[in-house]
Design a protein around this ligand. Structure first.
Ligand code: DCP
Ligand code: MG
Length: 368
């Protein structure tokens, strides 16, 4: 499936190098030890590299990647598989790519299923080799074609306008307990019922102006100048969207709906005759983080990666909450922060780009 290919490409290169590394790691010669070190270096270098590699020259110019590795990377990219490098493993990459198209299946699960003898979606459906699927994976398998087809921009717009109409209805504001049972969700709420302050926007490839989108990335927040927030909105919004038949399946629910910041993932559709589409209400952030959130969820991922690298080089740290200075990480576990640092900027995209010395770029220009 076409939609999977980009996501897989990086993973395939990395996996390819890791496979080559593991081939050498089981052989004990000194040469092989050097190769293992070499592959480690190359994998680390790729992880830090902010662009999609498109040529041999580009690959070999990366520090940590030599002539041989660059050739192998080009082979992996060119063929999309490891055929010419590793004769014993020929069909796996194609099968793995197919499996990765199932929602909530990552490389380790895909390889596990492969090793259990599965070679096709039919094998997965038949639970060949005694494999087990999570609920999310079952949904992913059932709607495989839908999920792996890109969404025309116009359809995203239609779904968005429905969400917005429901999302801005007054009914989404905190409801007093006595009225809770009589909740109704008009599709076109009268003007009086609109919470005009709720910020509901589509991010990702849609905001970048693409003609089609892999999924629908929704960002929700709300200014707090009147003392209200968007807290609790998502639960009410989801309930309404389920009732309207717009959201059809939940894939990932937040731990606590009352949090200001949370993530939701599910499937939705324009109407009963339309295919299912992936929707991510990725984050409902505090209003103060909106600039950083806009920047992050607009992407693209490569643009984001280069922004983060730039920030790191300047001694800063950038994430979807803001640009920070003085963040200290645990050297043995980089994910753990010993000091959260101080917030430099978060309310505006422009403000953040200014500090980073990056000229303003319209969303559609944010592709590297
Ligand atoms: N993002 C990121 N790093 C990731 C994943 C996502 O920076 N590893 C950010 C940038 C993306 C945005 O989140 O643009 C939305 O993620 P998507 O995976 O939905 O990517 P896009 O919307 O850009 O593309 P698509 O049309 O395939 O959905
Ligand atoms: Mg998207």
């Amino acid at each position: 499936p076409k939609g999977v290919r980009n996501r897989v490409r990086r993973a395939v290169v990395k996996k390819g190098l890791q496979e080559l590394k593991s081939l050498h790691a089981v052989k004990p010669s000194k040469d092989d030890e050097w190769r293992v070190l070499g592959y480690n270096k190359a994998i680390a270098a790729l992880r830090k590299y902010p662009k999609r590699i498109t040529s041999y020259e580009e690959a070999v110019a990366i520090r940590g990647i030599g002539d041989k590795t660059a050739q192998k990377i080009m082979e992996i990219i060119g063929t999309g598989e490891l055929r010419r490098i590793d004769h014993e493993r020929t069909e796996d990459v194609e099968v793995i790519q197919t499996f990765l198209g199932i929602y909530a299946v990552g490389l380790s699960t895909a390889f596990k299923w492969y090793n259990n003898g599965c070679r096709s979606l039919e094998d997965i459906a038949a639970r060949k080799g005694g494999i087990k699927l999570s609920t999310e994976q079952e949904i992913g398998l059932k709607y495989y074609e839908d999920i792996n087809t890109r969404i025309p921009r116009a359809e995203v717009e239609e779904i968005y306008s429905k969400i917005k109409a429901i999302g801005m209805s007054r009914l989404l504001l905190p409801v007093c307990p006595a009225k809770k049972t009589s909740l109704q969700f008009p599709l076109h709420p009268p003007a009086l019922q609109i919470d005009s302050k709720l910020f509901i926007e589509i991010m990702g490839s849609f905001r970048r102006g693409k003609a089609d989108c892999g999924d629908i990335d929704v960002l929700i927040t709300r200014p707090t100048d009147d003392g209200k927030t968007h807290q609790g909105v998502l639960r009410r919004l989801l309930k309404a969207l389920h009732q309207q038949g717009i959201i059809t399946e939940d894939l990932c629910l937040p731990d606590d709906f009352e949090d200001l910041e949370l993530v939701y993932r599910g499937l939705c559709r324009k109407d009963a005759f339309s295919p299912r589409r992936r929707i991510g209400e990725r984050l409902k952030l505090p209003w103060i983080s909106r600039g950083a959130a806009l920047l992050y969820y607009t992407g693209d991922d490569i643009f984001n990666r280069s922004l983060r690298l730039k920030a790191n080089k300047m001694g800063y740290s950038l994430n979807q909450r803001g640009l920070f200075v003085g963040v200290i990480r645990n050297p043995s576990d980089r994910r753990q922060k010993l000091d959260n640092g101080q917030l430099l900027a978060s309310e505006g995209e422009r403000e953040i780009l200014d500090i980073l010395g990056v000229p303003w770029q319209e969303p559609h220009e944010r592709v590297r």
